[in-house]
Ligand binder design. Structure first.
Ligand code: FEO
Ligand code: CA
Ligand code: CA
Ligand code: CA
Length: 533
């Protein structure tokens, strides 16, 4: 990688801000040192145990679980996904604010509601408070344990009833603000230290309008909130920016509306932003936004990827393909799935998390699977921007890694690079398909590492295995690489009932399963980050 491009890739410093981004969220603050490690990882064998199993050299501690109070009036939400550690000062790896996404609910556990038909307005209210995100003031104690500072003024919730304005000159479905954020799956970090939280499967809550006919329709995973609230579906499916100091939030219309998995930000040397985001559904698309103004998430152009031609196609109302069918640019962005198809975007196998490889500068996109197309194992796609320029409108692509029995993983989802440039990623085999059919040999969902140096370089090594029906999500490193924040999402999701759960993680015995955030540490992380000191 050319030095100029590499330096540009490292991004802008955030000096002057109280909070500085960790280096692994799309905005790097310091150079990556790929020096070889003598550490040899002994990978885990696939497991079906109802435990969080870890490879030798790793240990975990519980940080917070669903229902834990974070202050006098608010609780940690359900189904935690994206995590993002924001140091309180540059490179402080022991104190900061942790943002955690809360994606969706399991009504049997969250509101004690066994059937959709019987759900009351009060139960919907309880569920609305369980999605969105949590801000937590966290620190490492002298004994080396991470804890959430009890009742800290920075502890707060953003949830399904928080009023959030749109950052856009026109109203969206008649309003300049939305009630709530929901379906918060993965996310990203801005160069100025705010969180981007992405609204993914929003149609579970208030339904959706068919982009062609306008007919109201419900998701197969409908939660029934629309029965008690007439919030427009168009108010959801956005990338939402949250200020971790205040909880103030805004929905960025310019990034388009779809089932956003994540938003990965890169700052160009002239201060403009490039944001990559994928629409996680079968045959949906990969997008990138390029701002026309330094630091703007509202002024610029949204592009969709055409992999056949290697062209980023502008999703702009001025194009002849869009002018007739769409009223204006607001309509183009609200009905993004349709407008992207009209400009030739390539259907992909569920684009999930996106990370920029700190060693090569390539853009990695997890393509989790596409069952109707017979793709059960998924892959990781590599996008190579022309001349290493993230603002380029041309690119080439290759497959970086393919899932399967031979590589030992399936359905890649979240990714993170550690400070040495090793790739860590999680898997998301649907709970009802785990340990059967094509996945019979793969065990529960896990966490995997691909080392970049040494004799194990390039191999996929499993380093964690999740509890029954869980998915490990949101891996995020402290700046020193010695702490790895990790969500354990939806343990026991395919339980027969709340009374007879398939998982008792984390409390064991006959307890109800609880999504939770853990912190991994230990000699393996110490060794992998040793040259950082
Ligand atoms: Fe919420 Fe695409 O995973
Ligand atoms: Ca995901
Ligand atoms: Ca990530
Ligand atoms: Ca997933």
């Amino acid at each position: 990688m050319q030095r100029r491009t590499f330096l540009e890739f490292l991004g802008k410093g955030a000096a002057g801000y109280l909070l500085v981004p960790g280096m692994l969220g799309g905005c790097r603050q310091q150079a990556v040192n790929p020096a070889a490690s003598a550490y040899r990882i002994k990978p885990l064998m696939p497991s079906v145990a109802d435990e969080l199993q870890l490879a030798e050299g790793l240990s975990s501690q519980m940080l917070i679980r669903w229902g834990d109070p974070i202050n006098a009036t608010e609780k940690f939400g359900f189904n935690n996904d994206f995590t993002c550690f924001l140091p309180l000062e540059a490179n402080n790896s022991e104190e900061g604010i942790l943002w955690v996404n809360h994606e969706y609910v399991d009504a049997r556990f969250v509101s004690n509601c066994p059937s959709l038909e019987s759900k009351t307005a009060e139960q919907v209210h309880e569920e609305q408070l369980a999605v969105g995100g949590s801000l937590l003031r966290v620190k490492k104690t002298a004994e080396g344990y991470w804890e959430v500072a009890p009742n800290h003024p920075l502890n707060r919730r953003v949830h399904g009833l928080t009023e959030i304005p749109f950052n856009w000159p026109e109203p969206i479905a008649g309003s300049r603000k939305a009630i709530g954020t929901l379906a918060n799956c993965s996310g990203g970090l801005t160069p100025w230290g705010t969180i981007l939280t992405c609204e993914e499967n929003y149609d579970q809550f208030y339904g959706e309008h068919d982009p062609l006919t306008g007919a109201f329709k419900l998701s197969g995973d409908d939660q029934g909130w629309h029965r008690y609230h007439d919030f427009p579906p168009e108010h959801y499916g956005w990338v939402v920016e949250v200020d971790p100091r205040t909880g103030e939030s805004v929905k960025h219309v310019a990034l388009g509306r779809c089932a956003h998995e994540c938003a990965t930000v890169h700052q160009l040397s002239d201060g403009r932003l490039v944001v990559y985001t994928g629409d996680d559904a079968n045959d949906e698309h990969l997008y990138k936004f390029i701002s026309s103004v330094p630091g703007s998430l509202s002024e610029g152009t949204l592009y969709a990827a055409n992999l056949e031609t290697g062209i980023w196609e502008a999703v702009e109302h001025s194009r002849p393909e869009l002018r007739e069918e769409f009223a204006d640019q607001t309509d183009v962005l609200v009905r993004l799935r349709l407008s992207a198809k009209r400009v030739g975007a390539t259907p992909l196998d569920r684009p999930e998390d996106i990370e920029i490889d700190p060693l090569t500068g390539h853009v990695l996109v997890a393509l989790t699977n596409n069952y109707p197309k017979g793709n059960y194992y998924g892959s990781i796609l590599k996008i190579i921007e022309e001349n290493g320029d993230y603002a380029a409108l041309r690119f080439s692509h290759e497959t970086y890694l393919t899932g399967g029995e031979q590589t030992g993983f399936a359905c890649p989802d979240n990714m993170a690079f550690d400070p040495r440039g090793n790739l860590w990623f999680t898997s998301d085999i649907s709970g009802n398909k785990l340990n059967s059919g094509p996945y019979a040999a793969l065990g529960n969902n896990g966490l995997y590492i691909v080392l970049r140096e040494g004799e194990q370089a390039g191999q996929v090594l499993q380093v964690a295995s999740g509890p029954v029906h869980a998915e490990l999500t949101g891996p995020w490193f402290s700046p020193d690489g010695r702490s790895l924040f990790l969500s354990v999402q939806h343990p026991g999701e395919y339980s027969e009932s709340a009374e007879n759960p398939s998982s008792h993680w984390p409390d064991g015995g006959n307890s109800m399963p609880k999504p939770a955030v853990v912190v991994l540490s230990g000699p393996l992380l110490d060794e992998l980050s040793a040259s950082m000191a």
